[in-house]
Design a binder for this molecule. Sequence first.
Ligand SMILES: [Fe+2]
Ligand SMILES: [Fe+2]
Length: 183
Amino acid sequence: MKTKSSTEPKFSTKTSAQADPALMELFIDCIKDIYWAENHLVKALPKMQKAASSGQLSAAIGEHLEETKEHVVRLEKIFELLGENVQAKKCDAMEGLSKEGEGIIETTEEGTATRDVGIILASQKVEHYEIATYGGLAQLAKTLGLEDVAEILEQTLSEEKAADSKLSTIAESDINYTAAKEA
Ligand SMILES: [Fe+2]
Ligand SMILES: [Fe+2]
């Protein structure tokens, strides 16, 4: 038996009118998931920033924190475009990744480059999760005919990629070398 019999269009975005409802629902669920994740990062990143001792690393995390706040706003814009209420759905993956980051801080010594290396590793796992999510969702948005939504997702995707490569540069340029000497 079908539970959804309403013929009322559920989504206000013009282009989504022809979208498959099940696929649309999956898409919105994933938006709720990454919305939770981004909000979680707004709280988690300051802890990472505070724990970092390299000025370069701390600045990079601080900059990405500001971008992350913007990612939250962009997702709210997407909910609006879809005619959906803003809603977060707990993202177990992001919770796990941020716990891992906290674990690294707990098990490394304050003020060491070793801790900084750990923070970079944990942060890059987060960025890669976001890259996978936004990359997949931007593609799905296109499939659903949501060009405006895809554009917003791609904007965030490019910032996640830039944050990831910046962390790689910081690790390569200085911190890994310093940490190796520290041992
Ligand atoms: Fe983000
Ligand atoms: Fe990010």
